[in-house]
Ligand binder design. Structure first.
Ligand code: TNX
Length: 506
């Protein structure tokens, strides 16, 4: 019986993307044609066709030129061998062809003899592979066609590793979860009052001392530059770009505690393990502040292949407005001098955003004339309204984890807005996309992260990827329900929202 795998077990194995057993002679299940109506995020178009592709012991993955990396990834997920192009038979073909449209568009054609994913770029093939994974049930793929492209170029998730530290393995686990929903940006909140999480060789105490603490006295930690590079590379293999954030000039107690000379009075404050915000500030009038930032930004730029560095800029309640403007303008110049572009929380618009600077909007109202005016002048905007997109907000008053200062956010709230028209007065062309931040004052484990992210993360991911014309809560809640068996098979902890008709075994 070594080659036989029951259909339930096979479904679990395929959904989990891991198996010690070759996928061979599966007991064929009835193909689930409704799978084409169940894809999250919703594709531009999808339709089922007659016939079924069956994954069996003859199935191979073939990779055309430039498609090898994605093919190897899929081979790992499905435990199938990868071969060069040109072989006939039962194959899943990944083909780079057509115009490079500079985005992640793809086409998927499934027929009884072959499944073909075609894209102009490897990132499109990867997106198609994530769609393919959702079409597999019981070792079969119903025939059909998907044509797809993202609505927004920027589809992000943020993880706060400063309030609580998460290991490389935990971050990689989250990256795998994000990639299944076509998120392409991971914003890592690397430094805050409670901890500094990235080794900086020219200022070593930032990590070794400033990284030693976390909220509530929980264990601290930091990434060596090699570990950070490993996270960046792992994310890149899933077509996710890492954007590192050093929050400035507030949220800096860990740095101020590590180096007395960074403080205006030359006295280092104690390390901090509480959850207040807005009490710390770098010393805007001291030149050493900018030598420090030049070193930090130079080292961070050198290990970050993406074009953005995030410089924070939120809740600088202990910095005067005049100092804030001086400071943010000068730091933007330092980032540019090191060849990077600035992402910052939306308070940056009160300074003078450089032409390439993007503002991340976290306010809880759709009416912010100052940000709208900046958007009209050309400042790009990423939308993370705290009352809609913050994954650390409780679902309801009984949610054991999370906070509630911005809102209680049920799944229908997270899904129920349109990024394109949300911000009054901002031209749609200014909206780069969406991001779902996950702050971790109350979150300590991967299970905690997952409980807050699922199922709201897929909701935000869909707002970022899917055409506005597909937006439909009644359909979305059914598609979300159909994801639950995958989450169970992957061991993802999720909130069983009463708004979603989960299948009974969930
Ligand atoms: C606000 S909104 C913060 C974070 C907190 C979060 C908790 C923003 C940019 N900053 O410092 O962790 O609320 O929900």
């Amino acid at each position: 019986m070594r080659w036989k795998l029951g259909r339930v077990a096979l479904a679990a194995v395929v959904a989990a993307g891991m198996s010690a057993v070759a996928v061979a002679e599966p007991v064929a299940a009835a193909p689930d044609r409704s799978a084409y109506a169940g894809i999250v995020p919703a594709p531009v178009s999808a339709r089922a066709d007659r016939g079924t592709f069956t994954i069996d012991r003859h199935t191979t993955i073939t990779a055309g030129a430039g498609a090898g990396g994605v093919a190897d990834y899929l081979g790992g997920v499905l435990r199938l061998p990868v071969r060069g192009p040109g072989r006939g038979g039962n194959t899943i073909r990944l083909v780079l062809a057509g115009r490079d449209e500079g985005n992640e568009s793809y086409r998927l054609d499934a027929a009884p003899g072959a499944v073909t994913i075609t894209a102009g770029r490897a990132a499109g093939l990867f997106a198609g592979v994530q769609t393919l994974r959702q079409l597999i049930t019981g070792g079969t793929i119903p025939a059909g066609h998907v044509s797809d492209a993202p609505r927004f170029a920027y589809r992000g998730a943020m993880l706060d590793v400063a309030r609580h530290f998460f290991t490389v393995a935990q971050v990689e686990r989250y990256i795998d979860q994000l990639s299944q929903y076509k998120i392409n940006t991971l914003h890592l909140h690397l430094a805050d009052d409670q901890g500094w999480r990235i080794q900086i060789n020219s200022w070593p105490r930032l990590a070794t001392y400033g990284g030693s603490t976390a909220v509530d006295g929980d264990p601290g930690g930091y990434y060596t530059q090699d570990q950070y590079r490993a996270i960046v590379a792992y994310a890149a293999s899933r077509f996710i770009t890492v954007i590192p954030e050093i929050d400035l000039p507030g949220h800096t107690n860990a740095a101020l505690a590590s180096y007395a000379e960074l403080n205006c009075d030359g006295v280092a404050p104690p390390l901090y393990t509480g959850t207040e915000v807005g009490f710390s500030s770098l010393c805007v009038g001291k030149e050493i502040t900018y030598r420090f930032l030049d070193d930090v930004i130079r080292e961070l730029a050198a290990i970050t292949p993406g074009k953005y560095l995030h410089i924070g800029g939120d809740e600088a309640h202990s910095t005067s407005q005049a100092d804030y403007i001086t400071f943010m303008n000068r730091v933007q110049g330092i980032v540019a001098a090191h060849g990077k572009q600035v992402l910052a929380w939306h308070q940056i618009v009160s300074a003078t955003p450089l032409p390439a600077t993007v503002a991340q909007y976290w306010d809880t109202t759709n009416d912010n004339p100052q940000v709208a005016a900046a958007a009209q002048r050309g400042t790009g905007v990423v939308l993370s309204p705290a009352n809609l997109a913050y994954l650390d907000m409780k679902y309801n008053a009984e949610t054991p984890l999370g906070q509630d200062w911005a809102a209680l956010i049920e799944v229908s709230d997270a899904y129920g807005w349109d990024p394109g028209s949300y911000l009054t007065g901002a031209p749609a062309s200014a909206i780069r996309g969406v991001e779902a931040p996950l702050w971790t004052e109350t979150l300590r484990t991967s299970a905690d992260l997952e409980y807050m992210a699922f199922p709201r993360l897929p909701a935000i991911a869909e707002l970022g990827w899917s055409p506005a014309s597909t937006h439909d809560w009644a359909a979305f809640r059914l598609r979300l329900a159909a994801q639950a068996p995958r989450w169970r098979a992957q061991g993802i902890n999720f909130y069983r929202s009463p708004q979603i008709p989960w299948p009974s075994a969930s």
